[in-house]
Design a protein. Structure first.
Lengths: 201, 529
């Protein structure tokens, strides 16, 4: 039980509190990932309520699901990890929210992020031809443990916004047991809109 | 008051959250700005002008971030996707994968595609105004910059790279370019951006390697008869100042049977400088210094990067007056105090005799590729927009708000006493906002920034909507359709595009290609009849 509580505390803040609901949320990605996203709902523009988005809009109902990219039909599949073989990974969202996930070996970070509705684009569909799935590995030691990025990946990273020493393309990082506990940050893609920009001038 | 405006804008009650206040947001503003939308119980209508990556990424963000928004996207061609379809090289199909996402955007019932309508020409922009709350300009860059040298306007052998790219990609505008690639062996491209490298790669590639792409059939025919063997990609400044990116260079260096003429060592930065450069520039310089592994002896074609040369004029053969013979360049020098700074300028190089140092490059075909240029849409001024012809952009505040020419970015007092520095309800994104630079990822980021600004403005800012309260019909395209019909315009819908798309794919499949594009507007429309 203590383990379970610890686990549920790690979940993102929007996740409902009761154990039953936590289970549902946890299983969601496996259920959803097995169905091509395009077919999952008659109207994908229906707003689901699984995520609370902090957006200072008043009087507006926010579409709470991030727009999901392309890749789902072709690339959005992730495999449910076998019991006992889960690999832990955490994404730190653009707004600083940490999302802990358990995934299977062999899935790439772009697919994982998109299957979990994290705001990560994959403009080229995960073919290492753009830099929209740029992630930053938190721990330099873990970065060093990873396989060297290819020339092609580095070429694309060179064009990425906010490139760091530990930057990678999400589509090129495949999860392995060695990467258990990996923490990656999603760089802020859009220019930060400061509150002062919107104050009456 | 706040609650009432909130509920009616929302159409669905979220009363519990409505009590939360956002800084700087007063109930007066909300009611003033939204009362007309709210009382009419209708969504905010956004017109997006242009259906390229900027327009589609903006639409994607608008529709996914905000429920109560409808997007009408206008496109002058019957078919969507702009430069994703007509600019991305046919041998870069993975870059076109962004079209999958755009297609997904179009499945939204709140999205409408209106093709084959050229705003500003077919329909005045002023016709749109009463029916929308926001107009977002994302129409890109329709022209390219000229060199302004004698001979540039020749009808043969001298081309704009933009036109050439449009031609091989099947863009109707350049369908009949018919570049003469069999005039000789030497191609000269002026400009060192990625468009120049795309042109070089298409000229240097084995034509058979292009047969499995969606390159236009007429281009395949012409390229298969090409005699071009050498391509020079010429720049005004040095390697560190060039705007190409490393992926495109690496691709060219790896083209089978194509040799690369090593860059003269005196223009390359020394190793000591290279090693101290930021990562991206360092990797690029190292790659340029390394060159190609292909053996010049066995290579069938070759290319070079030629630096520090400014074009002067074009010269035709004295024997065959219609045949281009060479291009004359004058030499430049980098600022000796800071030659390896990416923003370093060049000055003309003079010989000891005091004359300009010049060089002739043999050239049977010549391309200019010194950047694209946005043009003002006719009628922008009717909306109060003063296009910046110098920079080729719609003046904006960097977040995408169109600046008011009267205030020049300064604040302006609205009749009710509130202050704004931009034109209400008018925004821009993509190349028409920041100039024609950057890859699709940069345009995506840029479009997202603009949309976040629009959403913030709609929620919290004064003077955000195009029309004064009560002055907008909120009908969008439904309010315009009749005018378009009266003018004999035939708009294409998303379903029309899907039919064209299916036919193109089917035609391609028969040849083992992803698609064979229609290359004339007439053909596209006839396919729908």
């Amino acid at each position: 039980m203590a383990l379970w509580q610890g686990f549920s505390q790690q979940l993102r803040k929007a996740v409902p509190k009761t154990a039953g609901e936590v289970c549902l949320t946890q299983s969601r990605r496996y259920v959803s990932s097995s169905i091509p996203r395009r077919l999952r709902s008659a109207n994908r523009w229906d707003v689901s309520t699984k995520r609370s988005v902090q957006f200072p809009l008043q009087g507006w109902k926010l579409a709470q699901r991030s727009f999901s990219a392309t890749a789902h039909a072709a690339h959005g599949h992730i495999t449910p990890p076998k019991p006992g073989e889960e690999i832990n990974i955490a994404f730190i969202d653009k707004d600083g929210t940490r999302v802990d996930l358990q995934v299977a070996e062999g899935d790439n970070l772009l697919d994982i992020a998109q299957a979990n509705d994290l705001e990560m684009e994959g403009a080229c569909g995960g073919s290492c031809a753009c830099s929209t799935c740029h992630v930053i590995v938190e721990d330099p030691d873990v970065f060093d443990k990873m396989e060297e990025p290819s020339d092609d990946e580095n070429d694309m990273l060179d064009l990425a916004f906010g490139l760091t020493e530990t930057s990678r393309l999400g589509c090129q990082v495949l999860m392995t047991k060695d990467l258990d506990g990996l923490v990656v940050k999603l760089p802020t893609m859009t220019r930060n809109l400061q509150a002062s920009d919107f104050e009456q001038k | 008051m706040l609650d009432r405006a909130f509920v009616s804008v929302n159409c669905t009650a979220h009363l519990s959250r409505s009590a939360v206040r956002v800084k700087g947001l007063s109930s007066r503003n909300i009611s003033r700005r939204f009362s007309h939308v709210a009382s009419e119980n209708r969504p905010v209508r956004v017109a997006v002008v242009g259906s390229g990556p900027a327009g589609f990424y903006a639409a994607a963000r608008l529709l996914s971030k905000q429920e109560n928004v409808n997007v009408d996207m206008y496109e002058k061609l019957p078919v969507p996707f702009g430069l994703a379809r007509y600019g991305v090289a046919p041998d870069h199909p993975e870059v076109k994968n962004c079209e999958d996402k755009f297609t997904e955007v179009a499945t939204s019932p709140r999205f409408k595609f209106i093709g084959n309508i050229e705003l500003g020409n077919d329909l005045p922009l002023s016709v749109l105004k009463p029916h929308y709350d926001v107009i977002l300009f994302a129409y890109g860059a329709a022209k390219d910059k000229e060199l302004g040298i004698p001979g540039e306007q020749a009808l043969r052998s001298v081309y704009s790279a933009r036109a050439f790219v449009g031609w091989y990609n099947g863009l109707p505008e350049h369908r009949d370019l018919n570049p003469d690639l069999s005039n000789g062996e030497d191609a000269v491209i002026v400009g060192q951006g990625n468009v120049a490298l795309d042109v070089a790669r298409i000229l240097l590639s084995d034509v058979d390697s292009l047969r499995s792409t969606d390159i236009a059939t007429h281009a395949l025919d012409t390229l298969s008869k090409s005699k071009i063997k050498r391509v020079r990609v010429v720049g005004r400044r040095g390697p560190l100042q060039a705007s190409f990116t490393i992926k495109e260079i690496r691709e060219l260096l790896q083209l089978p049977s194509v040799a690369f003429e090593p860059i003269r060592s005196d223009v390359m930065p020394p190793d000591s400088v290279i090693n101290g450069l930021p990562r991206a520039q360092k990797r690029l310089m190292q790659l340029l210094a390394k060159g190609s592994a292909n053996d010049p002896q066995t290579a069938t074609k070759s290319w070079s990067l030629d630096f520090l040369l400014s074009p002067e004029c074009l010269n035709w053969s004295p024997v065959h007056p219609y045949r281009l013979s060479h291009a004359k360049f004058s030499r430049n020098e980098l600022d000796p105090s800071d030659p390896f700074n990416p923003s370093s300028r060049v000055t003309p190089k003079f010989l000891s005799s005091g004359k300009r140092a010049e060089v002739n490059l043999s050239s049977s075909i010549f391309f200019r590729s010194v950047g694209y240029k946005s043009l003002p849409l006719p009628g922008l001024e009717d909306l109060g927009i003063e296009f910046d012809t110098q920079r080729g952009v719609i003046p904006n505040d960097g977040f995408g708000r169109v600046k008011s020419p009267i205030t020049k970015g300064e604040t302006q007092t609205l009749p009710d006493g509130s202050l704004i520095a931009h034109l209400p309800g008018l925004y821009c994104a993509g190349w028409v906002k920041r100039g024609p630079t950057g890859v699709i990822a940069s345009t995506m980021t840029d479009a997202f920034t603009t949309v976040d600004t629009i959403l913030q403005d709609l929620a919290s800012h004064n003077g955000s909507l195009l029309n004064a309260p009560g002055q907008s019909t909120g009908l969008g395209w439904d309010g315009i359709k009749a005018v378009a019909q009266e003018r004999g315009l035939r708009a294409t819908s998303w379903e029309d595009w899907q039919r064209i798309d299916a036919i193109e794919r089917e035609r391609g499949q028969q040849q083992g290609r992803p698609r064979e594009k229609f290359t004339r507007v007439q053909e596209m429309l006839e396919a729908l009849d």
